[in-house]
Design a protein around this ligand. Sequence first.
Ligand code: AMP
Length: 427
Amino acid sequence: MIKAVRGTRDLLPPDTDLWNRVETICREVFALYNFHEIRTPIFEETQLFARGVGEDTDIVSKEMFTWDDRARAQSEKSQSLSLRPENTAGVVRAYIEHKLGETGKLQKLYYIGPQFRRERPQKGRYRQFYQIGAEVLGPPSAGSESPARDAEILEMLATLLDRAGINGWMLYLNSVGCTNDRPRYLAALRDALADVKDKMCEDCQRRAETNPLRVLDCKKPQDQPIIAKLPRISDYLDEDCRKHFAEVQNILTACGVPFSLNDRLVRGLDYYTRTAFEFTHGNLGAQNAILGGGRYDGLSEALGGPKAPGIGFAIGEDRFIMALAGENAEQYKAKPPQVYIAPMGSGMNAHAARLARELRNAGITVELGDEAFRLKKSFETAEKQGITHVLIVGENEVRTDSFAVKNLQSGEQISVARTDLARRLAA
Ligand code: AMP
């Protein structure tokens, strides 16, 4: 038997009802904040991720699904392509390619879709997973650098999680500085690491050389006491970064959005500047980050585009659903159909189909049976799906144009004229 590949999975009903509900809530909230959807391809040139996400990141160095692609089977020329491991690089590529900066406006874009990383599968971690994300970017003259944008995004996320019914989330905030102050911090970090890295895990020994900021991200318990003693980025922020970060916090406080500072919070991606954040949730176990994001003022230029500071986030939809399933998923289950139509005896399928069509056009959800079923089987089928009313379509009913409607809960059966059916079933 061929099975879904490890780290991938099928999403089946009724779970997909919950997924759709979450996506609908997100779309509704995004609309309230004037965000619009962007859909970028699922694969891109490998270079985009190497430059946009960073060659030294685990995502690019270890986790991408990459292949050499020939435009034509016979062609010698090939191009390295990768499944997207995240969506920000694709959005910024599209921003540059379609010259969205020339509109002079802020671009407020959201996406919903699958991402791919070759990670070791575990609870809450898949090789194909789904992200719901949004980005605000544009020329500085449009206000793209303003701390008001950071705060607005964070406030929107708080609203979104609350609306979805996710209780007890935590927002952790940090500022990772900018190209001006980061080199000084990195130098201090490298210095400090030189003395202690031998005592750290293998990954950290490598990171200490290639991407020292990521050492702070290490989850290994034995490394934590060492990490706790490393220099703090908050002590190295320049005046502008300090002010920017203070204003983000000021606005959040004014809006009543709770947060905690965590100066060990860094994002796995190279292009992040200033505000970095993460929302966590207690239902998720070890992989407790439900979403992460931050500012990426230099990304567009790193990809050969114009100056286009921006900020964005990606919600892990799989984890969002897990967190919700632990809360109150019941309320998001799709309702059963309002009526089961049971054609009785040969020749009745056509009459039943016509009736179903009329009722569905009137907005009634209908499950349609089959004339080959005995009435008892129709009742059982309806009951199994939680449908409370069965509409019987037999020769008598067709002749009188009045149909027997049985309430399976009370056992009561009444005859309803065709013209009255939709109204009665809706009630
Ligand atoms: P990142 O793009 O790494 O900042 O991740 C953003 C969010 O996506 C995380 O907070 C997780 O919720 C989710 N995520 C990242 N990697 C995976 C994965 N392999 N499986 C499921 N969710 C993931």
